[in-house]
Design a protein around this ligand. Structure first.
Ligand code: GAR
Length: 211
């Protein structure tokens, strides 16, 4: 068997991407890898789903800290108690300090609802509609100190249709997020991702012959 790796998932709200990762993990039998879900908000609906699935669901309330540095230090402490191999940002809506990001260099992933490097930041679907692009999508990437700019692991493309509203487009993109995020996490766990000059190489799948 492959050695088990440990994951901590960070959320801020709904947690549908977290849910997609947990569901894929259960189906593919790597759910034991998910050590904890941590939210910066106590009222994040995603926490309940994690608890219902027997995963430790914790809160480090960002409002309880006076500075970004203090919050990130507390968050890092909470995350590191689980000694994760991988930190998965799943709708974690906080800008992270460089110190935090560098601590998890090469082992922290994010999903962003646009085809990066287009439309970094917030309101990505509004940005896409305003720009008049015909294709939009989602990106899974390694997290680096520059917001929404890390090496790209996976992208999914959707069409932008004539009558799209922000909400309709967001839903079309979200379905793709739920498809590519579990895939990228699985690639990481299987040791298939390597970084070469800021480009991500995905090694071919090798059959597990040791069981
Ligand atoms: C998702 O669309 C995710 O890509 C986006 O927030 C949403 C969270 O939904 N993340 C960002 O914009 C990060 N910059 P979820 O809580 O249901 O996964």
């Amino acid at each position: 068997m492959r050695p088990m790796k440990t994951i901590v998932i960070l959320i801020s709200g709904r947690g549908s991407n977290m849910r997609a990762v947990i569901e894929a993990a259960r189906q593919q039998q790597w759910a034991d890898s998910i050590a904890a879900v941590i939210s910066n908000r106590g009222d994040a609906p995603g926490l309940e789903f994690a608890r219902e699935h027997g995963i430790a669901a914790e809160v480090v309330d960002s409002r309880a800290f006076a500075t970004r540095d203090a919050f990130d230090a507390a968050l890092q402490e909470a995350v590191d108690l689980h000694a994760p191999d991988l930190v998965v940002l799943a709708g974690f809506m906080r800008i992270l300090t460089t110190a935090f990001v560098e601590h998890y260099a090469g082992r922290m992933l994010n999903i962003h609802p646009s085809l990066l490097p287009s439309f970094a930041g917030l309101a990505t679907h509004r940005q896409a509609l305003a720009a008049g692009v015909k294709l939009h999508g989602a990106t899974v990437h390694f997290v680096t100190p520059q917001l929404d700019h890390g090496p790209i692991i996976a992208q999914a493309v959707v069409p932008v249709l004539e009558d799209d509203t922000e909400e309709i487009l967001a839903q079309r993109v979200l379905e793709q997020e739920h498809r590519i995020y579990p895939l990228a996490v699985r690639w990481f766990l299987d040791g298939r991702l390597t970084l070469e000059n800021s480009r991500v190489r995905i090694a071919a799948e090798t059959p597990d012959t040791s069981t």
